[in-house]
Ligand binder design. Structure first.
Ligand SMILES: [Zn+2]
Length: 231
């Protein structure tokens, strides 16, 4: 079985990747990472400033995990970023796609307008829109790890039952039709227990959580730093 997963080198998505690596029913793992201006706005408080940290973290993690099932790692970004990344990753499964911009299809514009109207997304152009559009463009479903109790997680929680989004509740929710959210209801404590049992601690210790690094180190103060589980 093939599994597609958006990976950032963070705790949750790395935990999930390790689960897939050890899952006997999974044979092919396709990793995806997006770096585009939509989620990295210069000088913006909402922009992620941790791209380079995430890239070097993912590289360190790939150095220490079993890569047998990893068939492709696709990085979608602007040409200058891709040049930088291609020096970082020395693996045959790397796949770089040059996209300077994501254009929403008409239906995704409608969905995200609906989501914006009821406050599920706080901006009409978001990384979620980009992920949705890329999944449509590739015609695939993929696993996404939402930051538990983070913005999008909290706002869609009421529409999720047993880890499944109830798409029929609202038109805009169909934007997430291609999302699989396996860790939606999994607590941090459960993840830590599973990690310890499987001896994944040493890998999870090198994951990167911080959105706003200071001099290349994790700030300890931002939302994701505060939420980072203590192993
Ligand atoms: Zn931080």
């Amino acid at each position: 079985m093939r599994k597609n997963i958006f990976w950032t080198g963070g705790f949750d998505s790395t935990f999930r990747l390790l689960q897939l690596v050890e899952d006997v029913y999974v044979s092919d793992i396709h990793l995806y990472y997006i770096s585009l201006d939509i989620d990295n706005v210069d000088g913006s408080d909402i922009g992620r400033r941790s791209i380079q940290n995430e890239i070097s973290t993912m590289n360190s993690i790939l150095n220490v995990i079993d890569k047998t099932k990893i068939k492709q790692f696709t990085i979608i970004g602007s040409s200058e970023n891709l040049l930088y990344y291609s020096f970082q990753f020395q693996y045959s499964f790397m796949n770089y796609i040059n996209r300077d911009k994501i254009e929403y299809s008409d239906i995704n514009k409608v969905y995200f307008f609906d989501l914006f109207t009821i406050g599920i997304v706080l901006r009409p152009i978001t990384q979620w829109g980009a992920i949705t559009q890329i999944l449509d463009d590739f015609d695939i479903k993929a696993e996404i790890c939402l930051e538990k109790e983070g913005g999008i997680w909290s706002r869609i929680k009421k529409f999720v039952k047993d880890g499944q989004i109830q798409f029929e509740k609202m038109r805009g929710l169909k934007a997430f039709l291609r999302y699989e959210i396996p860790l939606f209801d999994v607590s941090r404590d459960t993840m830590i227990q599973i990690s310890k049992k499987n001896k994944w601690d040493s890998v999870l210790e090198i994951t990167w959580s911080c959105w706003y690094p200071i001099n290349g180190t994790q700030c300890g103060k931002c939302f994701t730093c505060k939420r980072r589980p203590k192993l």
